[in-house]
Design a protein around this ligand. Structure first.
Ligand code: AMP
Length: 285
């Protein structure tokens, strides 16, 4: 049975009780509409911790567009059923006042790593993410916290914040879970129409093919330009960015240094999709 708590005091007393028993706890922060990508984080957490807390909070501060917040999928009943099945121990479903009480006036802003990529196109987004994740980590007090590489820049922002603020938690990054056709799982995929759903996997296919070309020694700028054109030809409306970055600190790369990441954001109709793949060392070089 997954226990559901809505109040911070109840969350603290549950996690505090586990700690007194010597049990290690992990937290998996989410915005709900859970899919197998989220569940993979819960499974990774269950493999490392004795007790796993999942949080579901649709954080208004990280939505730069009001319509995106209103349209964000919500699926509380099926989320609870999925958490029961996968064996999570506790679901924290905070009311808004539990996260942002009246008079709330603090913003956590991580400079550098949050600029560029999604940060350039979603003003205020990473401030919202850093602020809510700082709160959820501190409210939960778990020893471990699990995040998906699907949101690669987000993981880097959170790692920087945790180091800078000495938040006593280990951040664990987990690989992106994909549909059989390659599309990275995302709650926003629910918004794709049938025709868009057919086009969407082309983004991952182009990303993987581009990573292969770069690994084989193709010139970076020309290869990325050609790949952007392919994404548009595949039916996407705009490519916000397609960039090669150093995996450690997301430094822009104009020649391939490894390990690197190729990151993309593109709009398919009214839906913004992001994805990224590793450009790793090939055997022998
Ligand atoms: P969200 O509910 O979209 O805020 O995501 C909650 C967590 O799940 C974040 O750490 C995401 O990076 C992670 N996540 C989302 N999609 C995937 C995926 N396809 N594979 C792995 N993790 C994911």
């Amino acid at each position: 049975m997954v226990e559901i708590v809505r109040r911070l005091a109840d969350l603290r007393s549950a996690v505090g009780g586990w700690r007194r028993q010597g049990l290690v706890s992990a937290v998996v922060p989410t915005m709900g509409a859970l899919h197998d990508g989220h569940i993979s984080l819960v499974q990774a957490a269950l493999a490392r911790a004795d007790r796993v807390v999942v949080t579901i909070f649709v954080n208004p501060k990280q939505f730069n567009a009001a319509t995106d917040l209103v349209n964000y999928p919500r699926a509380e009943a099926s989320d609870i059923a999925k958490l029961e099945t996968c064996g999570a121990h506790l679901l924290y479903l905070p009311a808004i006042e539990e996260i942002y009480p009246p008079g709330f006036a603090t913003t956590v802003s991580v400079t550098g790593i949050s600029e560029g990529l999604c940060g350039a196109f979603r003003p205020g987004h990473f401030d919202g993410v850093a602020t809510v994740v700082a709160k959820l980590l501190l409210q939960t007090g778990a020893e471990l916290a699990f995040f998906g590489e699907k949101d690669f820049q987000q993981v880097k922002v959170i790692e920087r914040m945790v180091r800078d603020l000495d938040i006593p938690v280990e951040i664990v990054a987990c690989p992106t879970v994909r549909e059989a056709d390659g599309l990275a799982l995302s709650s926003r995929n629910l918004r794709l129409g049938a025709a868009e759903r057919e086009q969407a996997p082309r983004l991952a296919a182009i990303l993987f093919a581009t990573a292969d070309r770069l690994q084989a020694g193709a010139a970076v700028a020309a290869t990325l330009e050609a790949a952007s054109a392919e994404i548009i030809a595949a039916g996407f409306r705009t490519v916000e960015y397609l960039e090669l970055r150093a995996e450690s600190d997301l430094r822009p790369l104009d020649t391939l240094e490894r390990p690197a990441r190729l990151l993309v954001a593109a709009w398919l109709g009214e839906t913004r999709l992001i994805d990224n793949v590793a450009v790793v060392r090939r055997g022998g070089d």
